[in-house]
Design a protein around this ligand. Sequence first.
Ligand code: DGI
Ligand code: FE
Ligand code: FE
Length: 231
Amino acid sequence: MSCDFLDISSTEIREKVNTTPYEELFLTDTDDKVTEYIKDNHLYKELNEAEMITLLSKDLKESRLMHTLGVIDTYQADVKKCETAALLHDCAKYMPLDKMIEICERNFAKLNELERKSPALLHSKAGACLAYEKYGIKDEEILNAIKYHTTGKPDMTLMEKIIFVSDFIEPNRTHSDKLPMYRMIAMADLNLVCMNVLKDTIDYLNSKGEEIDPITEETYNYYKKLISERK
Ligand code: DGI
Ligand code: FE
Ligand code: FE
């Protein structure tokens, strides 16, 4: 098969993809139509992580590969998993309360009395169930980040904290004058921002005469203790 507007066969394009030098592909003033076509159509295929590790295991000594994997682990939070959790965290936000209760019960999620009457609270637990059932998420850490994004929970993983805090401080939020400060501190001290987010939430709920869920209280006490003990 040949390309309509390029006088070149697919075999030749494939050959070109494999032989185009790195710098040449990114030259802006190239008049090579084939290189332009390859670039515009993303014909150069990126390997996935497993494929890269397979190749690296042949290019590196074992100790160097362990070091490389250690560098990945140092981030602790898997960026792709964080993105999935962030994308789905509010997926059940607009479910009617009876449907939230139904999906939770179908998935054996235990509910307390407050959750049974508060959609604002229950959408996170229902969201984890919906992410599992409808969006096919089977990763427990992603599901937990969704499940606890409203109340937090004591001793959150980095990813759970990232989702919990981001929900409060993301750039579209305008609900508090403290947000610019939290956004700055979050980069350096996520635990401190967790404690403050929980304090603000509890103050807000108290001002509205709303009941505090025991886990909200427990989480606040956990992070308050953590912060006070390290001083
Ligand atoms: O869903 P979002 O608006 O993005 O944010 P969110 O998931 O943090 O939900 C915020 C709502 O959750 C807000 O209306 C307060 C409510 N909430 C959080 N903790 C508690 C709570 N409501 C009650 N009654 N008790 C809690 O402990
Ligand atoms: Fe939410
Ligand atoms: Fe949210």
